[in-house]
Write a protein that binds this ligand. Structure first.
Ligand code: TGC
Ligand code: FAD
Length: 392
């Protein structure tokens, strides 16, 4: 892969709206991506392997639990800092951002929000440093968009619970030390359980042959009569709202992250168009390529404004699920459209691993689907504005 010459676009001077802390956090993540992700990521994506060595660096830039209080090992930052970190990481690769999203919003968040004080003290500091890695099991083979139909279940056996079932498409599962697993009790009520690697009957086979998120490890979670200590139940919230609450936080991070992938594609295409000469002039001098580039920067700027305002609302505790859905859906679609256009600007070179664009494009196919598909988010907006649910 070529040297990383990335320069971030800021067409509407959004940096002026960021605090000194935001800029510090953002720039630290940006430098880390340039130094530790860009030089290696293409190789790991090609060989479909998660680069374990980056875990320490992710922890150091505050990517594990950015908004979790410092007393539990988190970085104690606000939601805009969290968003900026996700943006910078996904500028490098959506799969790396996935690992950080899962650890922060789908593992640390539920332990912090629904867990006991003992659970917080036991797990959060080690998750913040990456000493422990986690995953989140909601999706099942027969229940993706409709998680309320899940069949994974646990029974009360007096001094422990007995867990049975299976989860599919679980980011980080092949190497995670713990899994936050959503399962129904005997009354059919959904609860979160902390399942630890090594528990008898618990296995995590890896899913192979993905064309997308190749540098992220994805797998299954299989529970065959797994004995779960009672103290591993998250007692703070039950019902589907508990996992959906975690998804609000992760989807918010994705709304920012997608901007990073789009910025990288735009910056690469702009640089290439100015350098590539055809018919005796740079292709950037042609109206058709300028149209592509001008539309890209317009859409990135709109997405940045959406994410920034959503971050303000999140900081004030006012962001709704439907507002988060709109931003996730809009910004991921914006990014994948830009990736496809940017690929064309590079002609044949766009399909090679010399440039990051095709990797971003393929990664974004997963981002479009996970954390609620593109269509599900449209239906969430539809339900919000009409008051009528169209899922069922
Ligand atoms: P519905 O009737 O709408 O809601 C059930 C209960 O949940 C409450 N609720 C929420 N609570 C907190 N936060 C939210 N965001 C909430 N949304 C809904 C709701 O009020 C209700 O409460 P109650 O007390 O009345 O029972 O549920 P539904 O079954 O009709 O489903 C709605 C739907 C389709 C929107 C939802 O299930 C959904 O979002 N489906 C998409 C599934 C999804 O996003 N899965 C993601 C899996 S995790 C993942 O992909 C990780 S990728 C990781 C990576 O980054 O690598
Ligand atoms: P389905 O729900 O079967 O949907 C198939 C199609 O039908 C979609 O286009 C969908 O929009 C459409 N559809 C469904 N219902 C409706 C409806 N009512 N009206 C109209 N259209 C509808 N899950 C986890 O729990 N943890 C993870 O860590 C995780 N990581 C993932 C990593 C990757 C790489 C991928 C690809 C997925 C991951 N997922 C994870 C799962 C992800 O959340 C699901 O794939 C997603 O929610 C969609 O579920 P599904 O794939 O079963 O599709």
């Amino acid at each position: 892969m070529r040297p990383d010459l990335f320069e971030a676009p800021d067409y509407y001077q959004l940096d002026d709206l960021l605090s000194d802390e935001h800029l510090l956090v953002r720039d630290a993540a940006r430098q880390w991506v340039k130094r530790d992700i860009s030089p290696i990521i293409e190789e790991y994506a090609q060989k479909a392997e998660f680069p374990n060595q980056i875990i320490k660096g992710l922890a150091e830039i505050g990517a594990f639990g950015p908004y979790i209080p410092e007393e539990y090992g988190g970085a104690g930052l606000d939601q805009i800092s969290y968003g900026l970190i996700m943006q910078e990481i996904e500028r490098g690769d959506s799969g790396v951002r996935s690992t950080a999203s899962v650890q922060s919003s789908l593992v640390m968040y539920p332990i912090f929000t629904y867990g006991t004080e003992d659970q917080r003290k036991k797990y959060l500091p080690k998750l913040a440093t990456g000493e422990l890695m986690g995953c989140f099991g909601l999706t099942e083979p027969d229940h993706g968009s409709n998680p309320s139909g899940m069949v994974t279940n646990f029974k009360d056996k007096g001094d422990h619970f007995l867990l049975n079932g299976a989860k599919l498409w679980i980011s980080n599962s092949p190497f995670a030390d713990i899994a936050i697993v959503w399962a129904k009790n005997e009354e059919g009520r959904i609860h979160g359980l902390i399942v630890e690697r090594g528990m008898e009957g618990f296995s995590t086979p890896e899913t192979h042959n993905k064309w997308s998120l190749r540098a992220s490890a994805t797998g299954e979670l299989i529970f065959d009569n797994v004995k779960i200590p009672k103290e591993n139940l998250l007692p703070g919230k039950s019902g589907l709202g508990a996992p959906l609450g975690c998804l609000d936080s992760a989807r918010y991070g994705i709304a920012w992250g997608a901007i990073g992938a789009a910025m990288d594609c735009y910056d690469t295409a702009l640089r290439y168009a100015k350098e590539r000469v055809q018919f005796g002039k740079p292709i950037a001098a042609t109206q058709l390529q300028q149209k592509k580039l001008a539309e890209m920067i317009t859409e990135i700027t709109k997405a940045q404004l959406l994410a920034f305002r959503l971050g303000q609302l999140k900081n004030e505790g006012k962001a709704t699920t439907a507002q988060i859905s709109m931003a996730k859906r809009n910004n991921v679609e914006m990014a994948i459209t830009i990736a496809r256009e940017a690929r064309q600007v590079l002609g044949g070179m766009g399909i090679t691993g010399e440039y990051s664009i095709m990797r971003h494009m393929m990664n974004l196919e997963s981002v479009l689907t996970y954390e609620g598909t593109h269509d599900i988010h449209l239906l969430i907006t539809g339900a919000d504005i009409t008051g009528i649910q169209a899922f069922k």
